[in-house]
Ligand binder design. Structure first.
Ligand code: ACO
Length: 332
């Protein structure tokens, strides 16, 4: 069973309420109907009910049992506006701003999650990554003890000798463009948590990647990764974590043994931490496009799960992201 089938199986064991701010978008409507039919979660569509039902009929999507909420007429909107104002007034948000913001389905959905009226949120079929990330960062904030929200990509590779039976967790590929050593350390620790809680990897083995292995090259970029390793070890002494190391030393047992002898991670890493967003983003796309891996994105470190889609996503991609979000919500 591939990772996404395992996640879908787990999602179905304890149904979570997942709000979909892009509720009037065709792929989202189809995905909500599938999620309901396959009992993977309880979707909530945001938008104008009549327009959603008309589209669903045209698509042949059955929305029976799915909650549809119009942020423009919702009785909860004034409450969410009040809460939003209380949360953001120190940042200059006025009561009028807050009322206007919650009439936007993205902010309404984020406030539903913040107020405990939904367990997670999925969007991005229409909106950009930043459109969803910014309100999530501003309102939902981070989990206790974590300061950096980041992402992991679950890479299901055809080569089953790699990582955990072909599964590798990559971080960060979406959020933090140029992490400090402290941020890189937090990304490593949260990716290990994602590997454990979402992917069911019992022993995450985390490699912090560089163009150098154990001091083979001297450069300030290498020193940043070395410092991140030290900080991450102090943050999570129970996690198997090592670096800095090159990708081949992380993945290939013989190279790991020769370049980083005695390392508990080298040659058998299942979590790869990239030194910055350019490396991470390029790395996952190389693995997907050239290596033939299936990949699934997840945001980590938020106090409640919110996940982003690619604007080119299919309805099936949305179903998978809803299942991922539901499993993250189960762990919260
Ligand atoms: N973790 C926690 N909080 C954060 C983070 C973070 N990584 N980044 C920003 N914040 C907080 C800030 O502290 C601030 O909080 P406050 O308003 O309460 O003080 C709030 O979020 C907004 O911060 P800004 O710095 O104003 O936000 P910014 O405009 O820089 O946007 C964003 C943040 C959207 C995450 C930005 O870093 C970004 O655009 N990242 C890259 C996203 C991207 O385009 N990814 C690649 C494409 S996706 C793909 O290929 C799959």
């Amino acid at each position: 069973m591939g990772i996404i089938d395992k996640i879908r199986f787990k999602a179905a064991l304890n149904l979570k309420r997942i709000v979909l701010p892009e509720g009037d978008e065709a792929r989202t409507i189809q995905a909500a109907a599938t999620v309901m039919r396959e009992k993977l979660a309880l979707p909530i569509l945001l938008g104008e009910p009549e327009a959603i039902h008309t589209k669903a009929t045209a698509l042949g999507a059955d929305l029976e049992g799915i909650a549809i909420i119009n942020p423009l007429t919702s009785e909860y909107a004034p409450h969410y506006a009040q809460e939003l104002y209380a949360l953001r007034k120190a940042k200059g948000v006025t009561p009028e701003d807050a009322a206007r913001l919650v009439s936007d389905s993205m902010y309404y959905g984020i406030m539903m999650v913040k107020c405990g009226d939904a367990d997670g949120l999925v969007s991005g079929a229409v909106h950009t990554t930043g459109d969803m990330l910014r309100p999530a960062l501003q309102i939902i904030k981070t989990k206790p003890g974590i300061r950096t929200v980041s992402s992991s990509f679950l890479m299901d590779c055809p080569n089953k000798a790699l990582g955990e039976d072909g599964l590798l967790v990559y971080a960060d590929c979406v959020v933090v463009p140029c992490p400090t050593a402290e941020e890189l350390a937090e990304i490593a620790v949260t990716a290990a948590e994602t590997a454990r809680n979402l992917c069911g990897i019992r022993e995450p083995r985390v490699a912090l990647l560089s163009f150098s292995t154990k001091g083979s090259a001297k450069h300030e970029l290498v020193e940043k990764v070395q410092k991140a390793v030290e900080i991450a070890r102090a943050l999570a002494p129970d996690v198997l974590l090592d670096g800095e190391m090159q990708l081949d030393a992380a993945l290939v047992p013989e190279i790991g043994a020769s370049k980083a002898p005695g390392s508990p991670v080298a040659g058998r890493a299942n979590v790869l931490i990239f030194p910055d967003l350019q490396a991470g983003n390029i790395g996952y796309k190389l693995t997907q496009r050239i290596g033939g891996a299936e990949c699934f994105a997840v945001l980590q470190g938020l106090a409640a799960p919110c996940n982003d889609l690619s604007r080119g996503c299919s309805a099936e991609d949305i179903v998978n992201t809803i299942a991922i979000t539901a499993v993250q919500a189960q762990a919260d």
